[in-house]
Design a protein around this ligand. Structure first.
Ligand SMILES: Nc1ncnc2c1ncn2[C@@H]1O[C@H](COP(=O)(O)OP(=O)(O)O)[C@@H](O)[C@H]1O
Ligand SMILES: [Mg+2]
Length: 256
């Protein structure tokens, strides 16, 4: 079992404090969801854990099995088993999707244990069929000309291929129709198990109808203000963020 602990994390962007002390602990074999209004710092949390240079950690730590990943270089965080599916995947010209995934898999393996081309292709075929993806997607340049839905599906393909210990999935549901949402959810659910944990960031409850979280955290104004089970997401759907923040006695302006 592996554990990812975020402890009293404070993060600033251009001198402005966005995260004001985030605490959360997750284990493999668990799926956690973070929900919260727009602009509350959800993507900032994901970016800070992965080491995006624009986000300055001013206090706190992020421990992966006791190791502070904030002290690791960005590529070392990935090698340590962290994976981030970003809200807006960028295009990488000149690198095919397949090349990218093979390099990412091999980065996590020892020199004498690189994945063979044959095994890689077999695995790729298997995972692409789970996601109903056409074969040619593997040979296209990464995210270049991919539609919004294709990008999201592709992030999940990377997840299935790279098999990280912990995945942070930022708004993988945004802009998806129901069919695509079901496919993406099927991919995440296929990863569930002993060696895998996920943190699913979403503004809407809808995704959580397909991926049932073990734990739900509500984030508002840079802090986790409430943690509960899957029922918390349902309640939020009924009461809205405004209702919940009033109930918690928070003085926060929320635009829904
Ligand atoms: N690159 C950036 N430069 C300046 N401000 C940013 C940047 N990214 C995010 N912010 C600000 O940080 C706050 C939190 O943003 P974000 O983490 O994206 O929220 P969420 O994902 O919860 O919608 C917002 O006020 C946003 O405007
Ligand atoms: Mg966001």
């Amino acid at each position: 079992m592996s554990v990812l602990e975020v402890k009293d994390l404070h993060v600033s962007i251009e001198g402005k404090e966005i995260l004001k002390g985030v605490d959360l602990t997750m284990k493999t074999n668990e799926i956690h969801a973070i929900m919260g209004p727009n602009g509350t710092g959800k993507s900032t949390l994901a970016a800070a854990i992965m080491g995006h240079p624009s986000f300055e950690v001013t206090q706190g730590e992020v421990l992966l099995d006791g190791v502070n990943v904030l002290e690791l270089a960005v590529d070392e965080r990935a090698r340590a088993g962290l994976f981030l599916a970003v809200q807006y995947p960028s295009e990488i010209a000149g690198v095919t999707n397949a090349e990218f995934m093979r390099a990412a898999i091999n980065a996590r393996r020892e020199d004498d244990d690189k994945i063979s081309v044959l095994k890689f292709i077999k695995k790729l075929d298997e995972k692409m069929s789970i996601l109903d993806m056409p074969e040619e997607m593997a040979e296209r340049y990464l995210n270049e000309g991919f539609s919004g839905g294709e990008k999201k599906r592709n992030e999940i393909l990377q997840l299935l291929m790279i098999e990280p210990t912990f995945a942070i999935l930022d708004e993988i549901d945004s802009g998806l129709d129901i069919d695509a949402l079901q496919v993406v959810s099927k991919g995440v659910n296929a990863m569930r198990g002993e060696g895998f944990g996920a943190l699913i960031i979403t503004h809407y409850q809808r995704l959580l109808n397909y991926i049932t979280p073990d734990v739900v955290h509500i984030m508002m104004d840079g802090r986790v203000v409430k943690t509960g089970g899957a029922e918390l997401a349902k309640r939020l759907e009924e009461e809205g963020y405004k209702g919940l923040s009033e109930e918690l006695g928070l003085q926060i302006t929320i635009e829904e």
